[in-house]
Design a protein around this ligand. Structure first.
Ligand SMILES: Cc1ncc(COP(=O)(O)O)c(C=O)c1O
Length: 451
């Protein structure tokens, strides 16, 4: 038996059957994939996409609301929502109108528009930090946060929690292997581990020890880790302890709300009244039009102020990019936040998230499985163990990759697009009760075949 108490032989048998069905029903997809391989590594525009799924990549024709359609005419209720970057649903009318208007008027000027003031003001209202800057993605927002923190503190090191994901930049692509820091992937400088510290989430003693030397510029964390580890929830005293020890050691603190922003306007920062020096967001904030953003306190923002413009002789922090915070992204973000990501829309997705969790929990209970159902507002999911793990190591020990892969392809063959491995199904603001029922029915059918 695997960690999940499910027979691995049965998993492999069903996987073989479902993989064959997947390929058989998608001749056009297979044709496109073959053509793609002639001109792109792995046949896809980003080679790593091939490592996200072990079945052939789905080629998409279009998407509307909560539904994806592939080039073979199959429709899917989408619970991956492009790894949470399409939380607004596909093609929300206010965003389509705003983006179309802006493209016609010029998508880029390298000059500010009034929308940027509105968007910064709305993010300030939602997340409680007064000053905002923009990039094209959350990765570059986190990169700039680190540079600002280094510039303020004069320290070079950055601390993350085990199991983290904050984008694809050097400092973060480091992991613990048997207690030793190692590069996570190939192509990184040999000393990439030199400026990064990693400690277990929920371990305030380890954090205290790591920060005691006053060498760390900034701690970056999701308020509740949602990547690679399924879901970790903070212990009751964790965030208060984190804020206290970062303040005491002169370390800055950044909450990365790129995923957790889906719990409500202002993310977990507002929901849990968290205090920090930075907040970063990205993904769905502009309805999938590229935009990353970070908020900061007045004290932090002071380091970016240059009253003398170019003539200021203090060194400028290394931030910026030609297309960052462009008018098209700003128009999309304004429309998304003012008309799509409303209080009512979040309440709708939260209700569906509970309905999804209830359905999953019911299936697991009737099958007599000792699994834990995630309840994370619009998002649910499963940990294959009796209680929710507290750390990434605990979560990794219970991850059953073959079973996860079977779930994906089994659900895909039944019109449900599951979250990527290590994440959980999320109900977008466009999701419906029927979508949730489709997920629960497909999962129920799989569990009935498995147990
Ligand atoms: C918490 C978190 N931060 C940052 C990122 C990076 O986002 P992007 O790839 O859009 O730059 C991700 C992506 O999954 C994320 O989950």
């Amino acid at each position: 038996m695997g960690a999940s108490q499910v027979d691995p032989g049965r998993v492999a048998e069903l996987k073989g059957r479902e993989d064959a069905t997947f390929v058989e029903r998608r001749p056009r997809t297979m044709e496109l994939w073959k053509s793609g391989q002639a001109v792109m590594p792995n046949g896809v525009p980003m080679s790593w996409l091939r490592t996200s799924y072990d079945h052939p990549p789905l080629f998409i024709e279009s998407a509307t609301g909560s539904r994806l359609r592939d080039v073979d005419g199959h429709e899917y209720a989408d619970f991956n929502i492009a790894d949470m970057s399409m939380f607004t649903g596909y093609g929300p009318a206010p965003v389509v109108a705003a983006v179309s208007r802006q493209v016609a008027m010029g998508s880029q000027y390298l000059l500010p528009t009034e929308d940027s003031i509105w968007v910064a003001g709305e993010l300030a209202r939602r997340y409680g930090l007064p000053k905002w800057q923009f990039t094209l993605a959350a990765t570059s927002a986190n990169t700039e946060v680190i540079r600002i923190a280094r510039s303020i503190t004069g320290r070079e090191k950055v601390l993350f929690f085990e199991g983290k994901y904050h984008g694809h930049f050097d400092d973060v692509l480091v992991e613990l292997d048997d207690g030793r820091l190692v590069p996570e992937e190939a192509g990184l400088p040999h000393d990439v581990t030199a400026r990064t510290l990693i400690v277990p989430f929920n371990d305030l003693d380890a954090l205290e020890r790591a920060l005691a030397g006053c060498e760390v510029a900034v701690v970056i964390t999701e308020p509740a880790p949602t990547n690679n580890v399924g879901l970790l929830m903070p212990d009751d005293s964790f965030h208060a302890g984190l804020r206290e020890v970062t303040r005491r050691t002169g370390t800055l603190l950044a909450y990365d709300e790129t995923h957790t922003q889906v719990v409500g306007p202002g993310g977990l920062t507002r929901m849990w009244a968290l205090a920090s020096d930075f907040v970063t967001v990205g993904k769905s904030i502009a309805a999938g039009i590229p935009l990353g953003a970070y908020g900061m306190t007045e004290e932090v923002a002071a380091v970016l102020q240059r009253p003398g413009g170019r003539d200021d002789d203090t060194p400028q922090v290394a931030v910026g990019g030609t297309l960052f915070g462009n008018p098209l992204s700003m128009a999309a973000a304004r429309a998304a936040m003012s008309e799509v990501l409303t209080e009512e829309a979040y309440a709708h997705s939260q209700r569906l998230g509970s309905r999804l969790a209830d359905g999953i929990e019911g299936i697991v209970a009737s099958a007599g499985l000792d699994w834990t159902t995630h309840r994370f507002w619009p998002r649910s999911g499963l940990s294959f163990c009796p209680v929710l793990p507290r750390t990434a190591s605990e979560a990794k020990a219970t991850l059953d990759v073959p079973l996860r892969r079977l779930m994906r392809v089994y659900l895909a063959n039944r019109g449900v697009w599951e979250a990527i491995i290590g994440a959980g199904p999320t109900c977008s603001v466009a999701a419906t009760d029927e979508d949730v029922d489709a997920y629960v029915d497909a999962l129920g059918a799989l569990i009935a075949e498995l147990v």
